[in-house]
Design a protein around this ligand. Structure first.
Ligand SMILES: Cc1cc2nc3c(=O)[nH]c(=O)nc-3n(C[C@H](O)[C@H](O)[C@H](O)COP(=O)(O)OP(=O)(O)OC[C@H]3O[C@@H](n4cnc5c(N)ncnc54)[C@H](O)[C@@H]3O)c2cc1C
Length: 455
């Protein structure tokens, strides 16, 4: 055991670091979310009125399919005014009449569409690379790096899947002006990093046909990995629904070991700690990385599909693959992070979270283990946690921003997921919308909460 690594010591260091980060940010806390009026209003209303929130999400979901301003207003009335929400019964008839009258219906529809577009613009950097270029350059000026993501999941046809593959290839070809890398103790870390959603690369991906899915995905992925290798860029395979987990793990193990890729150090995968069996998967990947001789990188996340996994497994009568207590996910996140740091440099890590408690626990442990600050990275989503990004950068850590590119329509699923995270009652981020900044609660050890619930 290394000096100073007792559990109490790590916790003490976590609390001290966490306090320091929260206090350093204090003067900027209003910047945690974008200053945009519409985003703030939307998030605040979602938190205050749960029934309205459900209908707002339904409305946002159908919005891309609505063609005219009138249709937008009609659906707004249908979902938010006519349904059982917290809007007072006294006001409903008035709102319904006013919004149905022309030209109010036209202008209101226009305003709603613009507001939702504006909100998605906070989280999506641009329609395509050219559109996002200035924002990407700004990130670099602010000393952040990025991982680019092409929005859209689950291609519905092979034509669509091939088009996605082309989009990834085009992006890789256009990033020359961002090329370069940073030296670290273990080697180098490329500035350019691209996140790939494999379900967008093969329309028939299915857990009922794992071998076929892996084989088809290898075909689609090879040209992308080849080009990335040629340009010394990093490719990450994002984690998706639980159903695809085995496909993605097998795919990574097989393709990263192919002779042309086996010695390339800039590939990564994702482990989701809301999964009950994530520690088992992590051990499997740690072994794999060790045997490969060239390390891969694990991005550690909690998991973005929690509601989906719970609803789906309940619907099917299956045991849910995810923890159902937030503290268990949080505690598992810290445990997995320690497992990763214990295996450094045979495996490299990226810690993707906006939770200051989770990140402080990791930074405290890395400090005790004397792992250099630039030998792992902190990842956050584009448009979220900006003031914390500054604090971490000032402390000397590398911040990589997960930066989506895409059209409004496929971007909707992404936007809705981000908004759900921001307004979830159990989520760390809701504290910043409500302004409930009780530091000791924000930094509470999740293990303590689990024990408290059990006793
Ligand atoms: C840079 C970056 C890259 C990402 N890449 C991916 C990816 O490839 N795949 C992916 O799936 N996600 C990805 N995510 C999203 C991530 O998984 C989380 O959803 C998100 O970061 C919120 O977690 P948090 O630690 O920031 O916040 P917190 O508020 O601390 O945690 C919220 C998370 O806790 C979990 N949770 C919520 N309620 C419960 C409950 N009742 N019981 C158990 N657990 C619960 C959920 O995972 C939820 O997202 C990424 C996030 C970032 C920042």
């Amino acid at each position: 055991m290394i000096a100073g690594s007792s559990e109490e010591n790590i916790e003490l260091k976590t609390q001290t670091l966490g306090m320091r980060i929260l206090k350093e940010d204090e003067s900027h806390s209003s910047r945690f979310f974008s200053e945009h009026f519409w985003s703030k209003t939307f998030l605040k209303l979602s938190l205050r009125y749960p029934k309205l929130k459900v209908e707002m999400f339904r409305f946002v979901d159908v919005l891309p399919s609505l063609r005219t301003k009138k249709e937008i207003t009609e659906h707004f009335v249908l979902y938010l005014i006519n349904k059982d929400t917290e809007i007072s019964n006294w006001v409903r008839p008035f709102l319904r009449n006013v919004l149905s009258a022309f030209p109010i219906s036209y202008f209101f529809g226009m305003m709603i569409r613009a507001a939702v577009l504006r909100t998605s613009g906070n989280f999506i950097a641009g329609i395509n690379f050219e559109d996002a270029k200035t924002r990407l350059q700004n990130l670099r000026k602010e000393e952040s790096v990025f991982t680019l993501d092409v929005l859209g999941e689950a291609a519905l046809s092979e034509k669509e899947a091939v088009a996605y593959q082309k989009q990834y290839l085009d992006i890789l070809k256009s990033l020359d002006s961002f090329a370069g890398s940073e030296s670290t103790r273990y080697g180098t870390c490329p500035f350019v990093n691209v996140s790939v959603k494999c379900s967008s690369l093969y329309s028939q991906i299915s857990s009922l046909a794992t071998e076929e899915s892996v084989s088809a995905l290898k075909e689609r992925l090879r040209p992308i990995l080849r080009l990335a290798k040629e340009k010394n860029y990093f490719i990450n395979l994002d984690a998706e629904q639980f159903d695809y987990k085995e496909i993605l793990l097998s795919l990574a193990e097989e393709i990263f070991s192919e002779p042309e890729f086996a010695a390339y150090p800039h590939f990564g995968i994702v482990i989701q700690t809301y999964l009950k069996n994530s520690q088992k998967d992590l051990i499997r990947i740690l072994e794999y990385s060790k045997n490969r001789n060239t390390p891969i990188t694990v991005r550690l996340v909690k998991g973005a599909y929690w509601e989906y996994e719970v609803i789906r497994s309940r619907e099917k009568g299956w045991e849910t693959p995810v923890f159902e207590n937030k503290e268990e996910t949080d505690f598992n996140y810290e445990t997995c992070a320690k497992m990763l740091l214990d295996s450094y440099p045979r495996i490299l890590s990226a810690f993707a979270s906006h939770n200051i408690r989770s990140l402080s626990a990791i930074l405290a442990y890395a400090e005790i283990k004397e792992i250099p600050k630039r030998d792992f990275e902190i990842q956050m989503l584009y448009g979220m946690g900006n003031s914390y990004k500054f604090v971490f950068k000032r402390m000397g850590y590398r911040i990589r921003e997960y930066t989506p590119l895409g059209e409004f329509l496929p971007g909707m699923a992404y936007l809705v997921r981000r908004l759900l995270e921001n307004t979830s009652n159990q989520g760390f981020l809701q504290n910043f919308i409500t302004g409930r900044m009780d530091y000791s609660r924000l930094l509470k050890n999740p293990e303590e909460s689990i024990h408290a619930k059990l006793s």
